[in-house]
Design a protein around this ligand. Structure first.
Ligand code: ATP
Length: 344
C-alpha cells in the first residue's frame, strides 16, 4: 500500500481552483421511449480539476453512469443531451464523428465493470494492446507499439509481461484482466480515464490492488480520473472530490474527506451509513424507502419522502446546489442546510 493507504485518512492533493480537465454545466440527458422522452439527468454541473480523482456516487439509478458516459458521448442511441460538456478546452457535443473517434482512442479512455466482456476473446492480449496503441497514434510502428505494450504491462504490474502478451483473455484472472484494460488505456497516453464501477466484479483483495494502482497512476502520471461507483468505501482513500447524485441531480459535492467527515445533505449522510468500512465494519444499513421514479419526480426535493428533516418547503421548492463552504467549494442542495447557513 502507498502512504495514502486506501481506506485510511486521505488529504486531497489537488486544490479545487485548479483549471478543470472536465466541466459539466447544467447537463441534461433524455432518452427516447414510447409515450415521451425519459429525462435521466436534470441540470448536472460539476468540475474535475486537472490531475485529480473525482468520484460520482449514489444508489443504483441515480444517474452516475449516465453522467460519466456523457463525457465521452457514449450514451444510448437517440439520447438527447443539453447543457455543455467540456474536456480540456473542447466541447464534446460539437465533435465530428472523426474527432470523437480520435478523442475516444487517445485523449479519454474508459474502463468498465466487467473486464471479461471488454476484451476480444479470440485475440491475444498483446494484439489488443498493440491495436490500442496504434489507434491512438497511427504513426507508431508495430515494433514500437509492442515495446510500449511490454513497458505498460510492467507498469501495471503484470508479471512476466513479454510472455503474458501471448495470452488470451480466458487465460488470465479477473484482476489481471482489469490491469490489462488499464494498460490498454495507458498505451494510448490519455489525459482522462473514466472508470464505471471498475472493481464491482472483483474480489475484495483484488479490488484494493486495482484501486491502489489507479491512485498511483494519478499521483505519478497526473492522470485525471473520474470514477462512478455505488461503493463509498471504494472512494474513501481514493478520490479527491466526491459528487453525490440522487434521482439524476447532484445533491452534494466537495472534497471527499470533508464530505465524508461532515456530510451536509441528509442523503449523503444516509448513504454513508450503508458503507461498512466507513462504519468500522458494522452491519450495513440500508436507506429506507426507494428513490422516486424518474418519470414521476416530485416538484420539490426528490429525497423529501425519505428524509427525516423534511419540511413543507422541501415538498414544494426544489433546492439548488449552493456553496456551503467557499474555500473548499463544498456545495449542497438542501433547503434546511442553506437556511442554517444563512442564519449563521
Ligand atoms: N438505455 C436506457 N434506457 C432506459 N433507461 C435507462 C437507460 N440507461 C439508463 N436508464 C435509466 O436511467 C437511470 C440512471 O441510470 P444510470 O445507469 O446512469 O444510473 P447509475 O446511478 O449508474 O445506476 P447503476 O449503478 O444501477 O448503473 C436509471 O433509472 C436507469 O434505469
Amino acid at each position: 500500500m502507498t502512504a495514502t493507504a486506501l481506506g485510511g485518512p486521505h488529504q486531497p492533493v489537488v486544490p479545487a481552483d485548479v483549471p478543470p480537465a472536465v466541466h459539466l454545466e447544467d447537463v441534461t440527458v433524455s432518452l427516447p421511449r414510447a409515450g415521451g422522452d425519459l429525462q435521466i439527468l436534470h441540470g448536472v454541473s460539476f468540475k474535475v480539476p486537472a490531475g485529480s480523482i473525482v468520484a460520482l456516487a449514489g444508489e443504483s439509478g441515480s444517474g452516475k453512469s449516465t453522467a460519466a458516459l456523457s463525457l465521452m458521448r457514449l450514451l444510448p442511441w437517440g439520447a438527447r443531451v443539453g447543457g455543455r460538456i467540456s474536456v480540456g478546452d473542447r466541447d464534446v457535443a460539437t465533435m465530428s464523428r472523426e474527432e470523437l473517434r480520435q478523442f475516444r482512442a487517445s485523449e479519454a479512455r474508459i474502463i468498465l465493470q466487467d473486464p471479461w466482456s471488454s476484451l476480444h476473446p479470440m485475440h491475444t492480449v498483446g494484439a489488443q494492446l498493440v491495436e490500442s496503441a496504434r489507434a491512438a497514434d497511427p504513426s507508431l510502428s508495430k515494433k514500437d507499439a509492442r515495446a510500449l505494450a511490454v513497458e505498460t504491462m510492467a507498469r501495471v504490474r503484470i508479471p512476466d509481461p513479454e510472455s503474458r502478451l501471448k495470452s488470451y483473455p480466458h487465460e488470465m484472472s479477473g484482476g489481471q484482466l482489469q490491469r490489462v484494460l488499464i494498460a490498454m488505456a495507458l498505451v494510448a497516453r490519455p489525459t482522462l480515464l473514466l472508470c464505471d464501477e471498475p472493481t464491482t466484479a472483483l474480489d475484495v483483495s483484488t479490488q484494493a490492488q486495482i484501486l491502489e494502482l489507479l491512485l498511483e497512476l494519478n499521483r505519478e502520471m497526473g492522470l485525471t480520473i473520474v470514477i462512478a461507483t455505488h461503493d463509498l468505501d471504494v472512494i474513501a482513500g481514493l478520490a479527491d472530490r466526491l459528487v453525490v447524485m440522487y434521482a439524476g441531480r447532484v445533491v452534494e459535492e466537495g472534497p471527499t474527506a470533508e464530505v465524508m467527515a461532515a456530510p451536509r445533505h441528509p442523503y449523503t449522510w444516509a448513504l454513508l451509513q450503508t458503507a461498512p468500512k466507513h462504519n468500522n465494519g458494522e452491519r450495513m444499513r440500508t436507506i429506507e424507502g426507494r428513490p422516486p421514479a424518474l418519470d414521476a419526480l416530485p416538484p420539490g426535493c426528490a429525497f423529501a419522502d425519505r428524509c427525516e428533516f423534511t419540511t413543507n418547503a422541501c415538498r414544494t421548492e426544489r433546492p439548488e446546489l449552493l456553496l456551503v463552504d467557499e474555500p473548499t467549494r463544498h456545495r449542497t442542495a438542501c433547503l434546511r442546510v442553506q437556511a442554517e447557513n444563512q442564519e449563521a
